[in-house]
Design a protein around this ligand. Structure first.
Ligand code: HEM
Length: 81
């Protein structure tokens, strides 16, 4: 558990959140009201929101676990002193 790594996970989570938040509603709108041509064009990019969500889930899970990992580490350190 390294401070630079924690910072990077948070930064990745924060920056990927922007395209994810834009793309998912856009994808839903295209599928609901898009013309057949737009839908056909979108189909080529359809996997992108899932890939972004995968990154969000991985980095988010790490951020979720972080406080518990820190606590565990602190507890182990104290018990050795
Ligand atoms: C997919 C599962 C996700 C999990 C498990 C998850 C989990 C987390 C956790 C644990 C934090 C840190 C909270 C804290 O320390 O106070 C966080 C922060 C955040 N999450 Fe997620 N998240 C997920 C998806 C998303 C999505 C889809 C978005 C937006 C599109 C998003 C946007 C953010 C933002 C903007 C922050 C604040 C980042 C920062 O502090 O710099 N997350 N998330």
């Amino acid at each position: 558990m390294n401070k630079a790594l924690n910072k990077w996970f948070r930064q990745i989570h924060r920056w990927i959140a922007v395209p994810t938040a834009l793309l998912i509603p856009a994808a839903v709108i295209i599928k609901l009201v898009g013309s057949p041509e737009t839908v056909a064009l979108w189909e080529q990019w359809d996997k992108l929101p899932s890939i972004l969500m995968l990154f969000m889930a991985i980095t988010g899970s790490y951020l979720y676990l972080l406080p518990y990992l820190v606590k565990e580490r602190r507890r182990n350190k104290l018990s050795h002193t």
